[in-house]
Design a protein around this ligand. Structure first.
Ligand SMILES: Nc1ncnc2c1ncn2[C@@H]1O[C@H](COP(=O)(O)OP(=O)(O)OP(=O)(O)O)[C@@H](O)[C@H]1O
Length: 321
């Protein structure tokens, strides 16, 4: 069942069209990732879906309600976590949460109970009385997520949830996203970290230059990336005679890469390890490790967008500083 349906959605800023007639849907209960390079239109799309920006044209349906005309009703069932926090610097973590809860009309006792629960869940219970401005980047991001779910939304929108924070906070946030999703919250997140998309998302939409160019299940993308089967054997010493003998015995494989102590082979068919182990044994070569290499979603991303992911990360991290 679709919980979000977007049809021909566009956003123009003056002469510039940031989002161009995009269409996609999000299934109830899934984690949907929106991936794309800088300036692709991810934030603009999230802003339109959450009522922070008015679409120029197109349709949005959220939980069977009109996401443009009835956005106020829709906002009661969605949570928003922007990439730059929208919380108050001078207020404490606890006071920020209680304040957000009041915006959603929660009763005083419920607000206070919920704020304390969330501080505990996000491991911020010892720092709840500190002003927000005294929080580290990771703590700020966690509190911003806590504020986004204070009213237990059906759908949570997260814009770059793990960008620019320390490794441990990013790990905790990924865990929180998984826990929330396991309890039934539909998650829509933007990221430029391919690892996050791979670990968290059931489906991924790719947006480039304001256009959604592909939407696929993460598993299907992974099998697409698996155009070849690669196995790496770590051996005592790789020599050209050994490689020639290997190619002679296994004409279906090619040598992808070799170094003094390893050989990486590639095959379009599935590779069985045992015949190779027997081959090396017969050659008197000890194999210390054999590793089947996983395909990388990064390769798919690069193929689809034509953009090197490392370049993206550098640009993004530079921008955040
Ligand atoms: N208020 C605005 N006025 C004019 N142009 C805008 C405005 N907001 C966004 N844009 C432009 O729209 C395009 C899409 O921006 P958007 O912030 O949605 O991209 P993004 O995919 O979220 O990028 P990033 O990963 O860098 O955050 C960019 O070219 C941006 O400069």
């Amino acid at each position: 069942m679709h919980i979000i349906d977007v049809k021909n959605l566009s956003k123009r800023f003056g002469d510039f069209t940031a989002v161009k007639e995009i269409s996609f849907s999000v299934e109830k209960g899934e984690v949907f990732g929106f991936l794309g390079p800088n300036g692709a239109g991810k934030t603009t799309t999230i802003n339109m879906l959450t009522g922070l920006a008015q679409p120029t044209s197109g349709e949005i349906m959220i939980a069977s309600q009109d996401g443009i005309k009835d956005i106020k009703k829709v906002q009661q069932i969605i949570g928003i976590v922007p990439d730059e926090s929208n919380l108050y610097d001078e207020m404490s973590g606890y006071a920020n949460l209680v304040f957000c809860a009041s915006l959603y009309g929660l009763e005083k006792a419920t607000r206070e109970k919920r704020a304390l629960e969330l501080l505990k869940q996000f491991s911020l219970d010892n720092t709840g009385d500190r002003p927000f401005k005294a929080y580290s980047k990771g703590m700020k991001r966690k509190l911003t997520i806590a504020a986004g779910i204070i009213h237990e939304p059906e759908i949570l929108f997260l814009d770059e949830p793990t960008t620019g924070i320390d490794v441990e906070s990013a790990r905790q946030i990924r865990h929180l996203i998984k826990t929330l999703n396991a309890k039934g919250t539909t998650i829509f997140l933007t990221t430029h970290y391919i690892e996050d998309a791979e670990r968290l998302c059931n489906r991924i939409g790719f947006i480039v230059n304001g256009k959604v160019i592909k939407v696929s299940k993460t598993n299907d993308l992974m099998s697409e990336a698996q155009q070849e089967n690669i196995v790496e054997f770590f051996i005592e010493k790789s020599e050209s005679e050994l490689e020639a003998a290997l190619l002679h015995q296994f004409p279906q494989v090619s040598i992808k890469q070799s170094s003094p102590d390893s050989i990486k082979i590639s095959s379009v068919e599935r590779v069985q390890l045992m015949p190779f182990m027997r081959f090396f044994e017969a050659q008197g070569v000890v194999v210390s490790e054999a590793r089947i290499l996983r395909p990388s979603l990064e390769e798919v991303f690069v193929n689809i967008t034509g953009i090197e992911i490392n370049k993206l990360k550098k640009e993004k991290e530079g921008k955040k500083k």
